[in-house]
Design a protein around this ligand. Structure first.
Ligand SMILES: Nc1ncnc2c1ncn2[C@@H]1O[C@H](COP(=O)(O)OP(=O)(O)OP(=O)(O)O)[C@@H](O)[C@H]1O
Ligand SMILES: [Mg+2]
Length: 325
């Protein structure tokens, strides 16, 4: 068994490793056989990674190489349309893969734009993300496809997925479906990047609930900047109702026109209001980005020396640096 890097572990996690019941773990603690657990604000026991490691070493259950990193699940969302969500999801996932991370891009939008941006015809797929959401027994491997980029896989989407928005709300635990379904993939990929549609329906809620991080791409218009608060409030209320997995919400300025005074003012307003939540990286307006999409290529292959390629490389670097695991 491998110990995934997580913030906290519960007695039941430790029990699994030691092949005993959670009750036995509590008894071990009472008998002084293992160190005392920490207590969270509800007074529930938990262990840190370092504690888990010490206890596993004590019971000779520790395998150094076996410890693997937890997958970072980055959801790209904004309730407003056309803010460069797909452009960001595709080029972030591809960039992460190109520097050696194992990455999976999940197209979670019935428009299938992310699928198209990687050079595929969305309608050519028989199995898509829809089957994963629909059917508990469908195994991810049947739906995950390789792309032209090493280390980058894709779960495609097409218009058939639109029905999920209608069917999901009537299901029990409708907000948790994606999070449940990706469980077997955690630890397999370094990154899962999810591209959302611009609607606050069940699909977007699912993608927020599944995320460990959210990036909100924002254009520099007054309405967009105002829309961020709605997005932030939505995320906060969703994560308050469900167990929090979210470690970071970041705002990414996109389609930035440096010569435009209004864009500069909006960026300043954004930084003053949201401080550290605004990413250092700015994605400038760059026609190569839209051209690359119509070619079905990522920007690093389409126009490697473009401003767009440089900006998205910076984003990849910043995401790597912001490792909060
Ligand atoms: N930095 C940029 N410079 C110029 N054009 C851009 C830039 N980023 C994205 N675009 C273009 O803007 C349009 C919208 O981008 P994109 O599809 O990524 O947005 P989206 O938020 O995913 O949209 P939707 O809400 O429909 O899913 C596309 O035509 C894309 O090529
Ligand atoms: Mg999109």
């Amino acid at each position: 068994m491998t110990l995934m890097i997580k913030k906290i572990y519960r007695p039941k996690d430790l029990a699994q490793f030691l092949n005993v019941t959670p009750r036995t773990i509590i008894n071990y603690e009472k008998e002084g056989k293992i160190e005392k657990a920490q207590r969270d604000k509800n007074n529930w026991r938990y262990y840190t990674y370092e504690q888990m490691k010490r206890i596993l070493i004590q019971f000779e259950k520790w395998e150094e190489e076996a410890a693997i990193k937890e997958t970072r699940v980055i959801t790209i969302a904004n309730l407003k349309g056309g803010t460069a969500k797909t452009t960001t999801a595709v080029n972030l996932a591809a960039g992460l893969a190109m520097i050696g991370n194992k990455a999976l891009l999940i197209d979670f939008d019935p428009q299938g734009n992310a699928t198209e941006c990687l050079g595929f015809d969305p309608l050519s797929f028989e199995k898509t993300i829809k089957d994963i959401i629909d059917d508990y027994v469908t195994l991810f491997p049947e739906v995950i496809i390789d792309t032209d980029i090493d280390n980058l896989s894709l779960v495609p989407a097409n218009l058939n997925f639109a029905i999920a928005e209608v069917i999901l709300p009537s299901r029990h635990g409708a907000d948790l479906v994606l999070r449940q379904r990706i469980k077997p993939l955690l630890g397999v990929y370094d990154f899962i990047v999810i591209d959302c549609s611009p609607h606050l329906g069940k699909l977007t809620v699912n993608a927020i609930v599944a995320a460990t991080e959210i990036i909100i791409p924002v254009e520099m218009s007054y309405l967009s900047v105002r829309g961020i608060q709605l997005m932030m409030n939505t995320i906060t209320s969703i994560s308050a109702a469900l167990e929090l997995r979210l470690r970071k919400i970041s705002i990414l300025p996109t389609k930035f026109d440096i010569r435009n005074a209004k864009d500069n003012q909006m960026l300043e307003l954004l930084r003053n209001t949201y401080k550290d939540s605004v990413m250092e990286t700015i994605i400038h307006q760059n026609v190569s980005l839209s051209d690359s999409q119509s070619e079905g290529k990522v920007i690093y292959h389409s126009v490697p020396n473009s401003k767009g390629a440089k900006d998205y490389s910076k984003l990849v670097e910043e995401v790597m640096k912001n490792d909060k695991r």
